[in-house]
Write a protein that binds this ligand. Structure first.
Ligand code: ADP
Length: 602
């Protein structure tokens, strides 16, 4: 089937025609798909060559980013920059990878970074030596097709990299349900990630990993010590650059009550200066949203806020196609925001100086944990935030978008993603084959549900301290620190007490607290898969038994609501018990209202 793609800003501009793959094409592709057999050195050389080719063809990619994805020119430049950064980063990482590849990896990508995320996933899969099946988003297949052409031209074999454009529910679903797939890299909505996880659990090997990077309800706190000019500059970029269509974008701004009026006056004034229009025009700051469905959704959403008198600021519309004028809506708390609004709509709440801990608790309570920004000159306050927020990427005294590969590994936790972070040290490893420890031991008796739940509830709370913190390279004036933490509470399912104890040891050495569920006493025996769907208050399970039992557990985990929890079936894979958090600080941020420092509460 052929589909014609048009420019989201100008429907009369036909960008091109794409031939969609059919489910039969998916089968055919998977029949010929092979891991990339070349040596790591050769793979790295070819990937680097591809990066050079893509960079050389910048004109083509800038035009496609603008015409197919509605990206402004500065965004198109960053898009290309990030794409080649990813390729070069993973190519270099490949040189130190010791494990064999997983096999065939599916990469299912979103439209908002149709080159950078797309090529990031693909180059990671390839760098590790996998064969890759790439499915771009429906809205942006052409830029993806051009990039794949250049990857092949650079020397990536055709059976190691195949391109299958098509609709998510048809082609995406066919790919993610085919047992020939050994792992999936996905970026998109939380709902789709959950869906893919369930499909995988049913159809793929229970050992196949899902790396999912999903959405967030990203907050920023601006307290009374911030420098307004800096805060406003960074709010504007975080909320409205790329028309708010970044996973990392600021969704809810918390301003300390005492400065709210002054700060908002400056913010609304700065918004008036935003130029929105044709993304191909160099003066445009805010382009269109991706398509009519998205535009209609935001219009309805803003309309509903108008009816409730919650619109604080809205730029006048210019009548452009799919244009949503940047808008600020009043909310009382992040707790009132049910959903991620993936467009140029900023929510604003105020807080009293002594209620900052409540704000942090409310942010954590959403279950999302992608990005967070803070503008403050109080070191203790920043420390409190860094120590207590469950968020993957924290930005201090700067904007919260535009993570740089290798400096700011990107990705969230909880409902925002599974880790490992893209552009970080753990990503390639997840796409290699770990040592499995499959013992065909029967599960034995099942323990009583209530006994297991009680035992989980009385597990010690895992430590909140980082196990390790590393400084990553970055420009002068910026500090970039990546820390690892234990994932939380781990259920060790053996099979059998001996293995469960060994698993508990591994989990504890990785900073987790662990429950060996085959221990003597109350929890004597394994957990039944159906009980696993109902248990709460844990973060991962480990199981080293046979394929059939592993699948039952994998499916039980996938059937649950909430965050995607992993089934760990490998041995000695410490990083699977861990999460990563990154803190980026603009260390040059100066000025600010230092008069208030003495009066601050914490
Ligand atoms: P968005 O809301 O950003 O469009 P989606 O999660 O719908 O995000 O899309 C992200 C990617 O997932 C796209 O490539 C899309 O085609 C794909 N996708 C959507 N639904 C499914 C599905 N059921 N199975 C596999 N892939 C899917």
């Amino acid at each position: 089937e052929k589909v014609s793609l048009t420019n989201p800003y100008d429907p009369s501009d036909s960008v091109g025609i794409i031939t969609q793959a059919s489910p039969a094409d998916v089968k055919a592709a998977l029949t010929v798909a092979r891991p990339w057999k070349a040596s790591a050195k050769r793979r790295a050389a070819i990937l680097n060559k591809a990066a050079n080719l893509i960079e050389k063809n910048y004109g083509l990619f800038f035009a496609l980013a603008a015409r197919e994805a509605g990206k402004s020119l500065p965004d198109a430049i960053s898009e290309l920059r990030e794409a080649v950064d990813f390729i070069r980063f993973y190519a270099n990482e490949a040189l130190s990878i010791k494990r064999p590849p997983l096999g065939i990896i599916a990469c299912i990508s979103p439209w908002n970074f149709p080159l950078a995320i797309f090529l990031g996933q693909i180059s990671a899969g390839l760098a590790a030596g996998n064969g890759v099946i790439a499915k771009p988003a429906e809205q942006t297949p052409i830029i993806g097709a051009k990039a794949i052409e250049l990857m092949h031209q650079a020397g990536v074999p055709c059976n190691a990299l195949q391109f299958l454009p098509g609709a998510g529910p048809i082609i995406g679903a066919a790919i993610s349900s085919d047992p020939a797939i050994d792992g999936i890299c996905f970026t998109g909505s939380t709902a789709t990630a959950r869906h893919i996880n369930r499909t995988m659990a049913q159809n793929l090997s229970p050992h196949a990993p899902l790396i999912a990077e999903t959405g967030g309800l990203n907050a920023m706190i601006v307290d009374s010590t911030a420098l307004h000019e800096q805060a406003v500059r960074d709010i504007l970029a975080s909320a409205f650059q790329s028309a708010g269509q970044r996973c990392s974008a600021l969704r809810i701004l918390y301003v300390q009550e005492d400065i709210a009026e002054e700060l908002c006056t400056m913010l609304y004034g700065a918004m008036d200066e935003l130029a929105y229009g044709d993304p191909w025009d160099i003066t445009t700051d805010v382009g269109p949203v991706i398509d009519q469905t998205a535009a209609r959704h935001f219009k309805d959403y803003i309309e509903a806020a108008h009816a409730e008198n919650r619109v604080l600021k809205q730029l006048p519309g210019n009548g452009g196609n799919n244009h949503i004028p940047p808008t600020v809506l009043k909310v009382n708390s992040i707790a009132n925001m049910g959903q991620e609004i993936f467009g140029p709509v900023l929510h604003l709440a105020t807080f009293k100086a002594d209620k900052i801990k409540q704000v942090i608790e409310d942010i954590n309570a959403t279950g999302f944990g992608l990005t967070f920004g803070v503008h403050s000159r109080i070191d203790d306050r920043i420390q409190l935030i860094v120590d207590t927020l469950k968020v993957g990427n924290i930005y201090v005294n700067r904007n919260q978008i535009g993570a740089v590969v290798g400096s700011q590994p990107f990705g969230g936790e909880g409902l925002s993603g599974t880790g490992p972070k893209a552009g970080g040290p753990g990503y390639l490893l997840r796409l290699t084959k770990p040592e499995a420890s499959i013992k065909d031991t029967p599960l034995g008796n099942f323990a009583k549900f209530s006994a297991v739940q009680d035992a989980i509830n009385s597990m010690p709370e895992p430590s909140q301290l980082p196990l390790q913190t590393n400084n990553l390279p970055g420009p002068t004036g910026e500090s970039n620190q990546l820390s690892t933490f234990g994932k939380g509470k781990i259920l060790c399912l053996g099979p059998g007490k001996k293995m469960a104890d060994k698993q508990a040891n591994e989990a504890c050495s990785a900073g987790c607290s662990a429950l060996s569920v085959c221990m003597d006493g109350d929890v004597n025996g394994a957990i039944s898969p159906s009980d696993l769907t109902k248990l709460t208050n844990f973060d991962a399970i480990v199981f080293w038994g046979n394929e059939q039992d592993a699948r039952a557990y994998r499916m039980a985990l996938a059937a649950r609501e909430g965050a995607i929890l992993p089934l760990i079936t490998s041995i000695g894979d410490i990083e699977k018990y861990q999460i990563e958090r990154h803190v980026c600080i603009d260390t040059t941020a100066s000025g600010g209202n230092a008069e208030l420092l003495a009066a601050s509460d914490n």
